[in-house]
Design a protein around this ligand. Structure first.
Ligand SMILES: Cc1cc2nc3c(=O)[nH]c(=O)nc-3n(C[C@H](O)[C@H](O)[C@H](O)COP(=O)(O)OP(=O)(O)OC[C@H]3O[C@@H](n4cnc5c(N)ncnc54)[C@H](O)[C@@H]3O)c2cc1C
Length: 411
């Protein structure tokens, strides 16, 4: 693709996370030889976040290992990497991103600004020792605390993926852990009442004090926290993992279409034809799911980053990949593919009865397998990928029929 004057377009990527880094790599691999700038608010070159609640928190991985591309890669590929630099605004009419007093001109722009943790202001206001877990510094600091806090007590607010991964790392460091969540089960919204209890059992088997249907009622001035079950706890540290919100502030201020993230079409183009969005911030019109979806997962950041890069070069195609994510907790890991829509599901076919020993689940809606998951059954993902999105074959709800057999029954 060339600009009107015949030169290669100038491309600016805002956001130095996984989506941004994946995009700039793809641009060069696809042969783009025009200028590329990657503007990252954080002081580091782009890094992956999953290790923040896994390897780095467990002390089994170095912070540097999370980097997406070696620092030298950017210079070697003539990508201008601005770290510690926040884009302050967009001027779509002029084709400029604003960096305070200065600006960068673009022919194509990718917004990959990710998401930011939802906060609990009542805890922040009392100056209690609170941490969130989104950035490298928080992970390193939390690891330091886990190692140093002998007999420490960690209160985790939120039994979602991040909260449960923190619980896992903390228990493995010998920390006393209480987890509170207003829902009746951990991960209830994603897994439903059939599968979520297995996660409650897993954490309780590791002596996590898991309090469900319980919220933080009040932070007391003396550092204690009153819970809605009437109990008062006195944690040494509180980790809050209550979800994230898309960081769509730049797009909103610039007048782009925004609703729970930056609205993009099937090919990741925003309401401005020169601007694209990818990763956590993108609210995507998914052509296969037939509805809008915003996905906050590692795999989507990589693949949407790449797809947006190709789209910016005029090689766009509908982004059709189904959502995928993974988690590791204790000696158990899961992979999940697909998505249960707002209308829910009719039934769940579960094989196995223990996450560690191996378990799989298929969520079925109107005769279609809309999502599938395995725990500790690492050969299952190919079968799950084959099954999800298609009609449930005969035997889907029969636990005696293996996933492999089911996949082989597909037409
Ligand atoms: C602790 C943790 C563990 C996770 N574990 C898993 C996992 O096991 N499996 C999984 O699938 N997913 C996991 N995720 C989710 C996954 O990491 C995210 O989906 C992914 O990071 C999204 O990438 P992104 O590039 O879209 O956004 P981000 O990673 O949020 O990066 C966006 C970047 O843009 C920058 N930015 C924002 N505004 C500006 C601006 N105005 N100017 C310049 N820069 C700006 C931000 O500072 C940030 O660095 C985890 C996330 C966290 C936090």
């Amino acid at each position: 693709m060339t600009t009107e004057n015949g030169s290669s377009p100038s491309i600016v990527v805002v956001g130095g996370g996984l989506a941004g880094a994946s995009a700039v790599r793809e641009l060069r691999e696809a042969g783009h030889d025009g200028p590329i700038s990657l503007v990252a608010a954080e002081p580091h070159p782009p890094y992956e976040r999953p290790p923040l609640s896994k390897g780095i928190l467990l002390g089994t991985a170095e912070a540097e290992s999370a980097q997406v591309l070696e620092t030298q890669w950017y210079a070697d590929h003539d990508v201008s990497l601005f770290t510690g630099t926040a884009v302050t605004g967009l001027d779509p009419a002029a084709g400029q991103v604003l960096l305070g007093d200065t600006h960068l001109a673009y022919d194509r722009l990718l917004l990959a600004t990710g998401s930011v943790p939802r906060r609990l202001p009542e805890l922040d206001a009392h100056h209690l020792p609170v941490t969130y877990l989104r950035i490298l510094e928080e992970s390193v600091a939390l690891r330091g605390w886990l190692v140093g806090a002998t007999d420490g007590h960690l209160l985790i607010v939120g039994a979602g993926w991040i909260g449960l991964e923190i619980a896992s790392a903390a228990r493995q460091a010998g920390i006393r852990v209480t987890v509170v969540d207003p829902a009746d089960q951990p991960l209830l919204k994603v897994l439903g009442p059939e599968v979520a209890p297995y996660f409650a059992a897993l954490h309780r088997s590791h002596d996590v004090d898991l309090r469900l249907g319980v919220t933080v009622q009040e932070a007391l001035a003396d550092g204690a926290v009153m819970l809605s079950d009437g109990d008062t706890v006195r944690p040494d540290l509180i980790a809050v993992g209550i979800g994230v919100a898309p960081d769509d502030r730049l797009a909103r201020a610039a007048g782009l279409a925004v609703e729970d993230g930056v609205l993009v079409d099937a090919s990741l183009r925003t309401s401005d034809p020169r601007i694209f969005a990818a990763g956590d911030v993108a609210n995507h019109d998914h052509p296969v799911l037939g509805r809008r979806i915003r996905v906050e997962h590692w795999d989507t950041a990589i693949h949407q980053g790449r797809a947006a890069a190709r789209a910016m070069l005029g090689q766009g195609a509908p982004y059709e990949r189904l959502p995928y994510f993974f988690t590791d907790q204790y000696d158990m890991g899961i992979e999940y593919v697909g998505s249960v829509g707002p209308d829910g599901y009719d039934e769940v076919a579960i094989r196995g009865d223990d996450l560690v020993a191996g378990l799989s689940a298929l969520w079925i809606k109107d005769g279609v397998i809309v999502a599938g998951m395995h725990a500790n059954d690492w050969d299952a993902i190919d079968d799950l990928r084959a099954l999800v999105g298609g009609p449930a074959p005969e035997g889907t709800t029969d636990p005696e029929v293996t996933l492999g057999d089911l996949a082989s029954r597909l037409g």
